[in-house]
Each structure stands twice: as structure tokens, then as C-alpha cells.
Ligand binder design. Structure first.
Ligand code: HEC
Ligand code: HEC
Length: 207
């Protein structure tokens, strides 16, 4: 069923929280030219180990998703070996480096809107930007949070409690500070905020 004006499906998540269906006008807030329209189907997201529930014979022969798609003829033959191409880790893979996990999380959840430091939504939160290019480290936020958290930077290395990125992720609708992401979210992602908190706490500077 096409739900043009958006809707909420109560208790649809495994943890009992609601599922928000965005309205058709809001699609382009995330899927747009600047973010490259497709958000999940990116090389770095697909180039990784395969954990699938699909019943495709060839799938079991390949550890890597790109190699499987190549073998199935879904994509053109690859020009380079997959281990020389970009890859993004699973944010919940505790074996992966903390920084890579945090950056993969920010890319998928925030990077569709936060694509450039000079934009109204500050910072380049995409995975491809290094810490300096992100334009957040020890940079003052445009939205002043003095009322709640004085002296806050977008990201204060080693100080999650002074970091606006975490503050907005933790914000509840009723506090007045804008919760992030602003769409499709009706509760704080505790696992995600913990990951970003740990990463910010681990940073010693802006290099
Ligand atoms: C808040 C941001 C946001 C909004 C609003 C949004 N999407 Fe998405 N969408 C995403 C993200 C992020 C992914 C990638 C998810 C993944 O990789 O698991 C995605 C994935 C998709 C995909 C799979 C292809 C791809 O790009 O990865 C389709 C199709 C899609 N969305 C359609 C829609 C439609 C239609 C709407 C409006 C009704 C919409 N989306 C609104 C963020 C959004
Ligand atoms: C659908 C688009 C969208 C997504 C997705 C999104 N944001 Fe935002 N964000 C915005 C916009 C728009 C603003 C500016 C709001 C304003 O100026 O009132 C903003 C503002 C912010 C600010 C304040 C910037 C400043 O200079 O004060 C922070 C920090 C932030 N977002 C973090 C995040 C994080 C972290 C995520 C992912 C967990 C995220 N955002 C996801 C659109 C988005």
C-alpha cells in the first residue's frame, strides 16, 4: 500500500517501538543529488562479507557481496580486486576499529544530509571525510546549546559531554534542542549514542 502522507506503525520494531514511514515529500530530504540519491547501495557498503538470508545458490560460494553480484551478472565485471576497493565496517562488529565503526554509523544515519561543513546542517558526517575534512572537531555549533550544555563544540575530542553531535543524538523531542536525525526517528538510539560517545571519548585531538 502506498502511504503518500506518511504514517506510523505502532510497535513494529522488535523492541516494541514504532516504525515511522516518511511522507513522499520528505524522501528527497535524504535521497537527493547531493547525497547521490541511492543511500544503501554504495560500493563501500556492499564491499564486505556476506550475511544474507537469500536463497541464491551462488551466494554461499562467496564471502564478499561484490564478488557475488559480479558472479551473478548483476554488475559489470569488476576492474579491481575487492580488497583494494573501499569498504565500510559493520558498526556493531566489535572486532573492527572503534573509529571505523563510529564513522560507518554516522555515514549511514547522518551523512545523507550532513554533506558539507558550510551547509545549514553543519559538518560532513560522511565516511569519506577525514576528521579535519568533517569540519566538526573543536568547531562551534551554529545552534547554540548554552542553555543545556555551555561551551559545547560540534565535536570536542575526548569530551563527549561537550559535543553537540552527541547532544543532538540524545535529544528528546520535548527538550527543545532538535533531535537528530530529524526525520524517521521517534526515540534515542541508545546503542548508536554509546558508540559515538566511546569514539569521541577516545579522540585525543583533531588530527
Ligand atoms: C531520514 C532519511 C531518509 C528518508 C526521509 C527516506 N530515506 Fe530511504 N533510505 C535512507 C537510508 C539511510 C537508506 C539506506 C539504508 C541501508 O543501507 O540500510 C535508504 C534506503 C532506501 C531505499 C533502498 C535504495 C537505497 O537508496 O539504498 C529506497 C528504495 C528508499 N530508501 C526509498 C525511500 C522513499 C520512497 C522515501 C520517502 C517515502 C525515503 N526513502 C525516505 C534514508 C532515508
Ligand atoms: C534529514 C536530514 C538530516 C539527517 C539525516 C541528520 N541531520 Fe543533523 N541537521 C539537519 C538540519 C537541517 C540541521 C540544521 C537545523 C537548524 O539549523 O535548525 C541539522 C543540525 C545538526 C546539528 C547542529 C549543527 C550546528 O551547527 O549547530 C548537529 C550536531 C547534527 N545535526 C547532528 C546530526 C547527527 C549526529 C545525525 C545522525 C545521527 C544527523 N544530524 C542526521 C539535518 C539532518
Amino acid at each position: 500500500m502506498l502511504v503518500l502522507s506518511g504514517d506510523k506503525v505502532e510497535g513494529a520494531h522488535a523492541d516494541g517501538t514504532d516504525w515511522t514511514i516518511p511522507s513522499s515529500v520528505s524522501c528527497t530530504q535524504c535521497h537527493n543529488a547531493e547525497s547521490g540519491f541511492a543511500l544503501g547501495l554504495e560500493l563501500a557498503q556492499l564491499n564486505g562479507p556476506l550475511e544474507h538470508g537469500c536463497d541464491v545458490e551462488a551466494a554461499d560460494q562467496y564471502g564478499n557481496q561484490m564478488e557475488m553480484l559480479e558472479a551473478l551478472g548483476v554488475i559489470e565485471p569488476l576492474d579491481f580486486p575487492t580488497d583494494s576497493m573501499p569498504t565500510m565496517v559493520d558498526p556493531w562488529d566489535e572486532e573492527a576499529p572503534l573509529e571505523d565503526r563510529a564513522r560507518a554509523y554516522l555515514h549511514s544515519n547522518c551523512g545523507s544530509c550532513h554533506t558539507a561543513p558550510e551547509n545549514v546542517c553543519s559538518g560532513d558526517l560522511r565516511w569519506s571525510a577525514d576528521l579535519a575534512q568533517m569540519g566538526v572537531c573543536n568547531v562551534e555549533p551554529k545552534i547554540k546549546l548554552e542553555e543545556w550544555a555551555p561551551g559545547t563544540m560540534l565535536l570536542a575530542p575526548g569530551q563527549p559531554e561537550r559535543s553537540a553531535i552527541l547532544f543532538h543524538m540524545n535529544a528528546e523531542q520535548e527538550t527543545g534542542a532538535m533531535p537528530m536525525p530529524p526525520l524517521g526517528r521517534d526515540h534515542v538510539d541508545r546503542k548508536g549514542t554509546m558508540l559515538i560517545r566511546d569514539w569521541i571519548a577516545s579522540l585525543e585531538g583533531c588530527e
